[in-house]
Design a protein around this ligand. Structure first.
Ligand SMILES: [Zn+2]
Length: 153
């Protein structure tokens, strides 16, 4: 089984491969007024690939940080800062407004080979691979391997 560190990433702006986690960034917007966070993206570490380079509230950090031994701590802190910083917030402190893009980034960073398989999702949908899918099965290692075997030649 490969680790997520063995995966390559594909830039959400230019579509080219990001050869190393040090060559790529996660970028998102954190609204300075509402604190809402949205539009999480994986991009090259180049100005021209940043969708939000002129947007107030742009946040970014290296992919390698999120793949480090502290990566899950960073990702989970986006969902809730935790009971140490916010002891009275029993329902959490999540500021993510765009949960779909955050969850997709989380999958891309943590599920081995998901970055490869996701590029074939439309073909898999057209071929009926997800016809009996539930909310988990498209993202399991079995399905990821099946998609890669079928389409990634
Ligand atoms: Zn790019």
């Amino acid at each position: 089984m490969t680790s997520p560190h063995d995966n390559y990433f594909r830039c959400d702006s230019c579509g080219d491969t990001i050869p190393s986690p040090d060559d790529g960034m996660i970028e998102w917007i954190s609204d300075p007024v509402s604190y809402k966070e949205y539009d999480f993206r994986i991009i090259h570490n180049k100005q021209q690939c940043s969708k939000h380079k002129h947007t107030l509230g742009l946040c970014d950090n290296y992919i390698s940080l999120f793949l480090s031994h502290n990566g899950l701590a960073y990702l989970l802190s986006k969902l809730d800062v935790g009971s140490i910083l916010a002891p009275s917030h029993q329902y959490g402190t999540c500021h993510i407004e765009d949960m779909r893009s955050f969850t997709e980034i989380f999958r891309r960073l943590t599920l081995p080979n998901y970055e490869i398989s996701r590029q074939y999702h439309q073909k898999a949908i057209n071929d009926g691979l997800f016809i009996e899918a539930n909310e988990v099965t498209p993202y399991t290692s079995v399905m990821i391997s099946k998609i890669i075997e079928k389409y990634h030649t």
